[in-house]
Design a protein around this ligand. Structure first.
Ligand code: ADP
Ligand code: MG
Length: 252
């Protein structure tokens, strides 16, 4: 029960709970009572058709959008009253388009947040950046500009950038969807390594192989609701609803 005062790479004791989240854009009810529980050090994959509300759900967890109703708890405590900037240091997010600063080195992309948001000295930030680049296998690219890297390498830099903030939870929103097919594997391998190291992760993905082999839990969303959730074997091999069966027949 004592508050975690250290933040080593592993995230023991932390979990995400999403409770009855409702959100509409105008008359478009995008999230209609979403619940989600991610035990510490586990990976939940969210699958579902385009427009079903997956990105919006991640944005609610990261406080990029405020829900109309419902709660988000980290480590058992509601975060909706917290300062969103403080929360974003606890929750890392990786997007489809990695948005690295083109005129900064790979290292510079990572140290920026560490000096500005965490108040680290430049030398401390540079050392930490190297450590996290090493985690994604790119320490040797620290001095290169992002434009000289492949899309897959750039996405791994974006992952390292998020990791450098030492988040308790990592959110991935279709992190491989913008990549050329031959680059997808390396990014998925990095994500699988993170999961194996004990990171708590929520992963929106169309990569069903990844979901099956890495996730402890798969959630199928449609029209703003979680229609089915369970162990990947159950969700993929024994779908209970016609909607999930139809979705799987289209993507598998
Ligand atoms: P998914 O990630 O599953 O494809 P999204 O969460 O992006 O779905 O979108 C769900 C619905 O919300 C869609 O109908 C989309 O058009 C709408 N939507 C998403 N973001 C916004 C926004 N900022 N303003 C208005 N409508 C939005
Ligand atoms: Mg999306």
């Amino acid at each position: 029960m004592s508050a975690a005062t250290t933040s080593p790479p592993s995230t023991r004791g932390v979990a995400v709970a999403v409770r009855d989240i409702h959100l509409a854009f105008g008359s478009n009810r995008v999230l209609r009572g979403v619940d989600l529980d991610v035990p510490a050090a586990s990976t939940a994959c969210v699958i579902g058709p385009s427009g079903s509300g997956k990105s919006t759900l991640l944005r609610v967890v990261n406080r990029l959008i405020e829900p109309e109703r419902g709660d988000v708890l980290l480590d058992g405590r509601s975060v909706l009253a917290d300062n969103p900037d403080a929360l974003r240091q606890r929750v890392g997010m990786v997007f489809q388009h990695f948005n690295l600063f083109p005129h900064k080195s790979v290292r510079g992309n990572i140290t920026l947040g560490l000096t500005r948001l965490k108040g680290l000295r430049k030398d401390e930030a540079a050392e930490l950046a190297l450590h996290h680049l090493d985690r994604v296998g790119l320490a040797h690219k620290a001095d290169v500009r992002p434009g000289n890297l492949s899309g897959g390498q750039q996405q791994r830099v974006a992952i390292a950038r998020a990791l450098a903030m030492e988040p308790e939870v990592m959110l991935f929103d279709e992190a491989t969807s913008a990549l050329d097919p031959e680059l997808v594997k390396g990014v998925l391998a990095t994500m699988a390594d993170l999961a194996a190291e004990g990171m708590t992760m929520i992963v929106v993905t169309h990569e069903m192989g990844f979901a099956r082999s890495v996730a402890e839990q798969v959630l199928f969303m449609d029209h703003g609701q979680v229609i089915e959730a369970g162990h990947p074997d159950q969700v993929f091999d024994a779908p209970r609803t016609e909607r999930l069966r139809r979705f799987l027949s289209q993507v598998l």
